[in-house]
Write a protein that binds this ligand. Structure first.
Ligand code: GLU
Length: 307
């Protein structure tokens, strides 16, 4: 894949929500940090709708996300010189770019880095027995030496990327030094799924390369996916961006917030009559960006931490 240095040394970031439900305050916190990071650096900020995982897309969710972000006062830029065309809201919509994922898949395949696999999740669990310390059932490599001709035509296949069996180290801008052996932590990663959809790990990397993203700001839940993505950036001939993983926000009982239940959703707070300034002030305080939780507009927050 031809990788141009699209951003000319300028900072370019993105917020990349998945339209799979309402945004909870953890998502909003990440969006605010992503926006602040770019605005403080005088860079460009893109909004990307990560809707490639079509079975998880919920109707109305993308529109609700845009409405929430605008309500908060968050703005995004149109970026010149990238092969992504924004929709009418200035948003880059992932599912429009299938040919890019296909192209990246071929680049990896030509290097002999991919192989087809017919193992179901259930079979893998059975073979592996128990998850590793990180909670993953590491793929044991059952189909590693097999070619497509080995499988019957009607068999449903995923495609896996041969994860490098070596330590990948990087310094997260918020979480510090990280190391992981992807082969041991995850096993070979799925890049294309049974339903023929390209998988998040590949798609996200391709989008970031194509958009010339220099800084990826996202939730801490994706920290342990990052070394695998770094390997993919490199296999596609691209320099990995800087990463900023924002600590996950928990509910009062210390549980991770989930989109499913709608608790702690921004939508709920809006219904309760909260103002954007109240929400931003509270989240900025919880992030340790300001000393009190007094209401604060996004512009004021930017001004106050930038000065
Ligand atoms: N779309 C992903 C999510 O909402 C984030 C992807 C990313 O930032 O790399 O969890």
């Amino acid at each position: 894949m031809q990788v141009a240095s699209l951003s000319n040394g300028q900072v370019r970031g993105r917020y990349a929500p998945s339209p799979s439900g309402v945004q909870h305050l953890g998502n909003i916190q990440t969006a605010i940090v992503a926006w602040l990071q770019v605005r403080l650096a005088g860079g460009q900020f893109a909004l990307r709708m990560d809707n490639i995982d079509t079975p998880r897309v919920k109707e109305g969710s993308a529109a609700q996300i845009l409405d929430d972000l605008r309500w908060l006062g968050l703005d995004w830029d149109l970026i010149e010189g990238i092969d992504f065309v924004p929709d009418n809201d200035g948003v880059y919509v992932e599912s429009h770019y299938l040919s890019y994922y296909c192209e990246a898949f071929e680049v990896l395949e030509k290097q002999g880095l991919l192989y087809p696999c017919a193992c179901s999740r259930k079979q893998i669990r059975k073979v592996v027995g128990k998850p590793n310390a990180a909670g993953h059932y590491v793929y044991p490599g059952t189909c590693r030496g097999r070619k497509i001709s080995y499988f019957a035509e009607e068999q449903q296949l995923v495609w896996r990327y041969r994860a490098p069996d070596e330590l990948i180290c990087f310094k997260d801008e918020l979480m510090g030094e990280q190391t992981q052996n992807v082969a041991r932590a995850w096993g070979d990663l799925i890049v294309k799924r049974f339903n023929d959809l390209y998988a998040y790990q590949l798609v996200s990397v391709v989008d970031d390369i194509k958009m010339g993203i220099t800084d990826v700001v996202r939730g801490e839940d994706l920290l342990d996916s990052t070394p695998g993505q770094i390997a993919l950036f490199e296999a596609l001939g691209a320099e990995p961006p800087r990463f900023w993983h924002v600590p996950l926000k928990t509910d009062g009982a210390g549980n991770k917030l989930a989109k499913r239940d709608g608790s702690d959703s921004l939508w709920m707070l809006r219904e309760m009559g909260k103002t954007p300034e109240e929400v931003v002030g509270q989240l900025a305080f919880e992030l340790g960006l300001v000393e009190t939780s007094a209401p604060l507009g996004l512009g004021e927050l930017l001004h106050c931490i930038g000065s």
